[in-house]
Every structure is written in structure tokens, then in C-alpha cells.
Design a protein around this ligand. Structure first.
Ligand code: B1N
Length: 829
């Protein structure tokens, strides 16, 4: 419920607009000093870097505040349909520069700090990026809320305020070691806690039926509760004065719960209970695409889904007609992580708002839409009925009823086709009774989308074909995108200036206009300027790497980048085999070092802490790097850098410097990829398989500007069907044999053959992701890369065309597609 204004809603002061500080250097300085003195409690002369960063960030925030309050008021007074984006992850990256850019304050702020004798870069360096996500899925959510604000779509992003984000990665003896990411130690200047708006979230207990004035009803009698405390973050649109909200929930023990136990005299138990409750938002699960089915994870999912749905419903007027809910809101499910919100909305509508089941179901089916981000069978979430019944007994009952009614419809359509019924049931019986969350999401949603053309097609044809047949028109595609504000303008100011010089402003919010660069690709001066930007970006990366890791980026090297989560399906192993092959060909004397194109290979990749094979591969990359980098025979020719703790901040430095983008997953496994788009938009050429969004990148940039290799998805299927025997590929290719033998010989493990033996035998006898099958084609294509790079000018020409033709991959376009195909939200500005 809205808090009444203390002066009464019609009092002139209640209507007075909130004004920001004056938009001048002077105004900025004054507000900055005020924040330093009054918020941090220090004088400028006594302040440290952290004080100054905080005061600076608070000042930027002050400018955005007025617009934020204004937009919230507008949405309250004249509500129109909005989007509640439900995501367990937001991989935001640093906020300061983005907020400066969005508010048009960069120049004023820079001058203001100079006037105070402060180096703004030192302030920038203070910010710890909130790593509240694992990889692509979380970064996509961050790009989407940026685009939603830039397109002035009313939106709240809902998620979890993890106290610890994705772990900090270090290497010890070449092996990954995880450290906790205590990003909140010094607090965050970007968040607004709202404890007064906390919500009580319940768990456990049992259900019962009761007589509600003649109507039999069910209700939930929960066993325990936690408080969900919201923290708001501003999400400013780019120079449009629009500010949306990101609302992240933090778990806090309820007073009543603790007190009850405490009164019973068991102090230790009370403290334990508090810790238990507050654990819910303690840490991000560091698994990308491999859910473990842990109880705490389900608690997290329900915690934020229920808090978010409740939060939205509560701000509706008391007399709101719930049958019109779909005209007011769409809950977009970012993968299955918030899908438990489906039975939760049904519970609220039926048990609390006392709607008839059918009416509630009709509303629910229109209020949800589901985005699927994977095809890997092991990534499709299931929750055991046991666990659900214990933690969320009423929601489980509701899931059963949804399933019964759904299967009745299926029977009506197909008769007693038991095979089909079993295949489509939301409840799977083997190996344990469990709920298939993707099926629940599909049945409950108005639309289901995949994240790239190929992925959406495979989703329809391979993963959910029965559902596609049953619900014609429900499935659609929205190809992912990335925000050009962060990943071009902020990450690559040199390129941005060059683009603006050539085609004027406006492209940052209308990225298809990059097409106008095509003619500039034919202009030698432009090519030279473009090449100089790339070279400057490499020098910038060199400085970052020296500082951070003590690595150097050598001049004249082709910079070959593979940065993404470590996963077998992404095939970092194939990249390793390429490096070992190049190395082996030189040291065996088959090729002269002087005949190979100098290359620096840069890796960034975190492995899930429990993913043993992924960690072995990290170890191997580091081991190969150590040997190659120390071997005088390839000195100046081959270098391998594995930079630890790859994150958004580092991505913003690596991507603009790269020449070659490695997108080499086994066809049919990478749903989309978004790093691939960022590289292409920053003028790297891609070597890639026909997978995910690579397919669309290649279609757009043209075959001559893309290095394609490997089997297509149907070819992969055909090889599986024939029976894949990796050892045959090993036998058939001398380079491959030599590379694998070298690893097996202990050459990269001080002679100890056992260290990487599990990798070798996995490749030879299992190789689920067909590394060996694609090896020959990969090596052949890499030779073409070398040849192409030898003609620098032609390479630059192709790089410019990659930039010019990839405007499609703006997340603004993705959001427009969501609006047109799924959300149907009307424009408000
Ligand atoms: O989502 C990205 C895609 O571009 C990538 O291809 C895809 O791999 C990624 C469970 C996931 N799919 N599934 C996840 C992450 C965390 C988790 O706990 C699954 N991430 C993706 C954006 O569409």
C-alpha cells in the first residue's frame, strides 16, 4: 500500500518536483563536497580514495534521483503495462561510468574532480563490480534492463542481493582456487535499502482444507518465515531522462521467529535460526548450466519469486480487478529459476484473493512468459517432489493440479496415448518423482522463447516438440543482444569516436546505423584510423595486464581471445590442442618458428568449483602456458596468457583489443552466446562453429568475413547416430596424434604422465563434445586465419565490415522484439 504523503497528497510541497543539483561544474563540486562532508563525515583534506569514490558516486546518484522519483510517480498516476523481469542473476559490472554516461554528466564530473585536484581514474578504480551472476545469462539480464530503460519501458528487474557474488578466482600451481567475493565490505553507494517495505516469505509447514462460509478451500499453514528486504538500484536510460528500478531482495531473520525461540531460553538455537534464514541470500550458486538440486537453491528461488510477485501485487489499488492483471504486467521468467513463482501466483489468487481456479489460471497463463537459455539436458532444472513437499507443500499441490488439468487436455486431444502423456507430464517419475520446471514454465506461459534462431528451432524440434505441437504459436525466438552503451561506448571510446566522426551521433540508440560504415571500409584513411584504434586498445590492455597479472601483450601479435565460462561443451580443450599443435610443429622441427604468425592466446574462464574436468582443463591451459612461454624455440612467436578472475570489468578491456574471437562450441550446444556479439561489434573476426548466434553473425557479416569450421548440428547428430569413436580421429590425423601424445607424455607436467591422463583418456574414449571430430577442420581454418592476418589491410577491411553489419545485436533490438512478440507493452514516451 502507498504511504500517504505526510503533508497530504494535495499540499503544494507534496507536489513540488524533486530537483537535482545544478548541471554545472560548480553545482557538481558543491554537491560532491556536501556528500563528502555530510554523508561520509570527512573533509576533503582528510578524505581517502574510498571516501572520495563514495561521495562522487552519491553525487552522480543525486542527479538521477529527481528523474527516478518523477518516473515512479508517473507510473503510479498513469499506470501502463510494464515488465517485471525475474532473474536469479544480474551481472552488472561497474556502475559509475555507466551512470555518468546515461545522465550526460561525464564531462562535468571530470572537470569537477579536476577542480578538486582529484584524478577521476583513481575513483573509478575503487569500484568493486557487483558479480551477481555467473556468465551470459546474468549479463544478458543486465543488458536487458539497460535497454528497457533506454526504450523507456516501465520495468522492475527483480532478483537477489547476494552478499557474496561469483567467487574470485586465483591460480595456485596453475590450479583454480576460489575466494569469496565480499563485494559489500565497504558498502555500495548505488543501493537504497527499504526495510520498511520488507515482505514476509514463508516456508515449510502443511496444508489444510477449511470451510470458508460454505465453500471448501485449501490453505497453507507454514512452518517458518524469513523477511525479504528490498534494495533498490537506479537503472537510468541513455540520455532520455528515464530511470527504472532494479529491486534485489536480501534475507533477514524475522523478529517474531527469533523471539519465540529466544523466549524459550535457547539462545544458541535462536542464533542458529537467524543464520539459517539469512543464509538464503548469502551466496550466488557458482554453477553455470549445471544445477545441483540443492535445497538452499530452491529456497533462493522461491524467496525472490514470491517476494517479487507479492511486491508487484501489493502496489495495485485495493479495488483492482485482478482479471485485468495481464493488461498491467508481464512476468518474464529468465530461465526456470523463478518458475516456482507460477504456483505462487496461483496460490495468492486462489487461496488469498479467493478467485475461482479457472479464472486464476486464465490470468496466470497470460501473466508469465518464459525464456529458455539452454539445450543441455543436464541443465534442465528438476525439483524432487520430496523436497518441494517439505519446503512448499501448497505450491506442490497446485503444481499437481496444474498437471492433472493439463494432462486432461492432452488426453482430450490425443486419447489415451500413455507414451505421450508420460513424455509431457510436468511430473517425471524416474529416477525420482520430480517436477520438470521447463515443462511447468511452458504450460504456464503465454510465450516461450529461445535466445537465437538455431536454439529456438532446436527447442521446438528437439527439446519440447510435443509442446510445440500442442500449443501452436506459443514458441518464438528472440535473438540475444548486448548493450552498445557499455560494450562499445564505454569499453571502446576510441572506436566510438571514430564511428561518430564518420556517421554522426545517434547510432548508440539505433545500432543498425552502423551499416553506414560499410562505405568507410573502402576508405584507406578510415582503415588506417581503425587499425590505430585497435593498436591503442592493445596497448591499453597491455597496461592493464602488466598491472594486474604481470603479463605483457607483445606488439605485432595476433591477439586471439577465448573468454567465457569453462565448460566442456564450449571446448576450451580444442583451443588447447591448437596451441599444442603449433608448439609441437615448431619444436619437432616440422615448421620454422619464423614461419608462423606471432600470436598471443588469451584465456579467461571460471570453472564451477565442483566441476572436476573443467578444473583439470584450467590446470592444463596454465601448464601449457608455462612451458610454451618459457621455451626459447617459440619465443616471440607463441604466448599463452590465462588471466585469472575474468569478469565484466576485464571483458571491457580484453574485447576491444582482440583480433580473433573464439566461438568454438560443439554445434547445437551453445544456446546463443553474447561474447561473440561483443567481439564482432568491436572489430574482432570470429572463428566459430555453426552454433548459437554465430549462425546469425555469419549470415550478417558474410562468409568472407568469418572463419567457419566444424560439423553442423545435423552432422553432429548423424555422427552420433553412426557411432562416434574419437580414437579413430586420433589415428587419422598426425598433428592431432602428436599433440595428444605430447600432453600424455608429461611434457606439460614435469614428466608426470598421470596429471593430465584423465583429460587424455576422456578425449580418446569418451569425448562427449566431439573435440577430436572437429580438430582437423579447426586447424585448417586457423591456417586461413594466419594467412588472412598477414594482409593487415584486408584484415582491417573485414573487421570494419563486422562492426558495420552487427548492429542487429544491440539489446535494444532484442527488447523491441520482446515487446512486439511477447510483451505487447505500449510505448510511454
Ligand atoms: O545464457 C546465455 C546464452 O548466450 C548462453 O549460450 C547460455 O549458455 C547461457 C543455470 C545458466 N544458459 N543457461 C545458463 C546459468 C546459470 C545457471 O545456474 C543455467 N546460462 C546460459 C544468455 O542467453
Amino acid at each position: 500500500t502507498a504511504v500517504p504523503h505526510p503533508l497530504g497528497a494535495s499540499h503544494p510541497l507534496a507536489l513540488a518536483p524533486v530537483t537535482g543539483p545544478a548541471s554545472s561544474v560548480d553545482g557538481f563540486v558543491r554537491q560532491f563536497l556536501r556528500n563528502l562532508n555530510h554523508e561520509r563525515g570527512v573533509a576533503l583534506s582528510a578524505s581517502n580514495d574510498a571516501d572520495r569514490y563514495f561521495a562522487f558516486a552519491l553525487t552522480v546518484r543525486d542527479y538521477l534521483m529527481a528523474r527516478w522519483l518523477e518516473d515512479l510517480r508517473r507510473q503510479r498516476e498513469k499506470p501502463s503495462k510494464g515488465v517485471a523481469y525475474l532473474s536469479a542473476e544480474y551481472l552488472l559490472g561497474r556502475q559509475l561510468d555507466n551512470n555518468l554516461l546515461a545522465s550526460g554528466l561525464t564531462d562535468i564530473a571530470t572537470e569537477a574532480m579536476a577542480a578538486c585536484g582529484i584524478d577521476i581514474d583513481e575513483l573509478r578504480a575503487q569500484e568493486v563490480e557487483p558479480g551477481l551472476g555467473n556468465g551470459g545469462l546474468g549479463r544478458l539480464a543486465a543488458c536487458f534492463i539497460d535497454s528497457l530503460a533506454t526504450l523507456a519501458v516501465p520495468n522492475t528487474g527483480y532478483g537477489i542481493r547476494y552478499e557474496y557474488g561469483i567467487f574470485r578466482q586465483t591460480f595456485e600451481g596453475g590450479q583454480q582456487v576460489e575466494q569469496p567475493d565480499a563485494w559489500l565490505t565497504l558498502g555500495s553507494p548505488w543501493e537504497f535499502p527499504h526495510p520498511e517495505a520488507s515482505r514476509r516469505i514463508s516456508f515449510g509447514g502443511h496444508t489444510e482444507t477449511y470451510d470458508d462460509e460454505g465453500t471448501p478451500r485449501s490453505r497453507w499453514v507454514p512452518g517458518w518465515h524469513v523477511q525479504a528486504v528490498p534494495y533498490n538500484y537506479l537503472v537510468p536510460g541513455y540520455l532520455n531522462g528515464w530511470v527504472n528500478t532494479l529491486r534485489l531482495w536480501s534475507a533477514k531473520a524475522t523478529d517474531s521467529f527469533d523471539l519465540r525461540v529466544f523466549n524459550s531460553g535457547d539462545y544458541e538455537e535462536a542464533v542458529r535460526a537467524q543464520t539459517y534464514a539469512e543464509n538464503i541470500s548469502k551466496v550466488l550458486y557458482p554453477e553455470d548450466s549445471t544445477p545441483q538440486g540443492k535445497e538452499l537453491r530452491l529456497q533462493q528461488q522461491y524467496f525472490f519469486a514470491a517476494a517479487s510477485i507479492g511486491d508487484f501485487l501489493e502496489q495495485l489499488p485495493d479495488d483492482f480487478d485482478l482479471t485485468t492483471l495481464p493488461d498491467r504486467i508481464i512476468f518474464q521468467l529468465n530461465d526456470t529459476h523463478p518458475v516456482i513463482g507460477v504456483p505462487e501466483l496461483m496460490r495468492v489468487l486462489v487461496d488469498e484473493k479467493k478467485l475461482e481456479w479457472d479464472a486464476a489460471w486464465a490470468i496466470t497463463q497470460k501473466c508469465f512468459a518464459y525464456t529458455c537459455h539452454t539445450l543441455l539436458p543436464e541443465a534442465l532444472e528438476v525439483w524432487s517432489v520430496d523436497l518441494l513437499g517439505r519446503l512448499l507443500p501448497r505450491q506442490l499441490e497446485i503444481i499437481y493440479r496444474i498437471n492433472e488439468e493439463f494432462l486432461d487436455e492432452v488426453r482430450e486431444r490425443y486419447g489415451d496415448d500413455e507414451m505421450r502423456i508420460r513424455n509431457m507430464s510436468i511430473i517425471s517419475e524416474f529416477p525420482d518423482r520430480s517436477v520438470r520446471m521447463a515443462y511447468l514454465a511452458t504450460v504456464a506461459s503465454s510465450k516461450v522463447n529461445g535466445v537465437a534462431k538455431l536454439h529456438s528451432q532446436l527447442l521446438r524440434e528437439k527439446v519440447l516438440p510435443d509442446f510445440n505441437e500442442f500449443y501452436p504459436g506459443k514458441f518464438t525466438n528472440v535473438t540475444n543482444g548486448v548493450t552498445p552503451r557499455r560494450f562499445i561506448r564505454l569499453a571502446n571510446p576510441g572506436l566510438s569516436d571514430l564511428i561518430t566522426e564518420a556517421i554522426g551521433t545517434g547510432w548508440l540508440t539505433d545500432l543498425e546505423r552502423l551499416r553506414e560504415l560499410e562505405t568507410y571500409a573502402e576508405n584507406p584513411d578510415f582503415r588506417a584510423a581503425f587499425a590505430e584504434v585497435k593498436a591503442a586498445n592493445k596497448r591499453r590492455l597491455d597496461r592493464v595486464m602488466r598491472d594486474r597479472d604481470g603479463f605483457e601483450i607483445s606488439d605485432g601479435h595476433l591477439l586471439d581471445a577465448m573468454v567465457k565460462r569453462l565448460h566442456e561443451y564450449k571446448r576450451q580443450m580444442l583451443k588447447v590442442l591448437h596451441i599444442v599443435t603449433e608448439y609441437e610443429r615448431v619444436v619437432s622441427g616440422r615448421v620454422a618458428a619464423s614461419d608462423i604468425q606471432p600470436r598471443t592466446f588469451i584465456f579467461g574462464a571460471k570453472a564451477a568449483p565442483g566441476y572436476v574436468m573443467a578444473k583439470r582443463i584450467i590446470h592444463l591451459i596454465n601448464a601449457v602456458g608455462e612451458v610454451v612461454n618459457a621455451d626459447p624455440r617459440v619465443e616471440g612467436r607463441l604466448k599463452v596468457l590465462f588471466t585469472p578472475n575474468y569478469n565484466v570489468t576485464l571483458a571491457e578491456r580484453v574485447i576491444p583489443a582482440a583480433d580473433l574471437s573464439e566461438q568454438i562450441s560443439l554445434a547445437g550446444k551453445e544456446a546463443s552466446g553474447t561474447g561473440n556479439m561483443k567481439f564482432a561489434l568491436n572489430g574482432a573476426l570470429t572463428i566459430g562453429t555453426d552454433d548459437g548466434a554465430n549462425v546469425e553473425i555469419r549470415e550478417l557479416v558474410g562468409d568472407e568475413n568469418f572463419f567457419l569450421f566444424g560439423m553442423s548440428e545435423p552432422e553432429v547428430e548423424a555422427l552420433w547416430a553412426r557411432g562416434y569413436k574419437p580414437a579413430e580421429f586420433y589415428q587419422a590425423d598426425e598433428n592431432l596424434r602428436r599433440a595428444i601424445d605430447l600432453i600424455a607424455s608429461g611434457a606439460f607436467s614435469g614428466g608426470d604422465k598421470s596429471v593430465f591422463e584423465p583429460i587424455v583418456s576422456n578425449l580418446l574414449y569418451d569425448d562427449r563434445f566431439m573435440v577430436l571430430a572437429d580438430y582437423s577442420s579447426y586447424i585448417a581454418e586457423q591456417a586461413k586465419v594466419d594467412a588472412a592476418y598477414a594482409d593487415q589491410d584486408a584484415w582491417t577491411h573485414a573487421a570494419i565490415l563486422n562492426v558495420a553489419r552487427c548492429g542487429f545485436f544491440s539489446s535494444d533490438r532484442s527488447i523491441r522484439d520482446y515487446i512486439a512478440r511477447i510483451w505487447h507493452t505500449p510505448p510511454v514516451l
